[in-house]
Design a protein around this ligand. Structure first.
Ligand code: ZN
Length: 61
């Protein structure tokens, strides 16, 4: 069985079968309460910022 890859040696050029990958910047939201920008795909910090009163997260969190 022959496996096709994107390698130059095989001469096979792959194509995307879905939409192009989005930039990470498109998932950022600004929280007006604490003024931080947050990646909406990171559930832990999103739940933290969902509280009406909270402290800004430190960079290591
Ligand atoms: Zn917040």
């Amino acid at each position: 069985m022959r496996h096709r890859t994107n390698e130059e040696g095989t001469g096979f050029k792959g194509r995307d079968h879905d939409q192009p990958i989005k930039s990470e910047a498109q998932y950022l939201e600004h929280y007006p309460i604490c003024g931080q920008d947050l990646n909406m795909r990171d559930l832990g910090p999103v739940l933290h910022h969902a509280k009406s009163e909270h402290q800004p997260l430190t960079p290591e969190h």
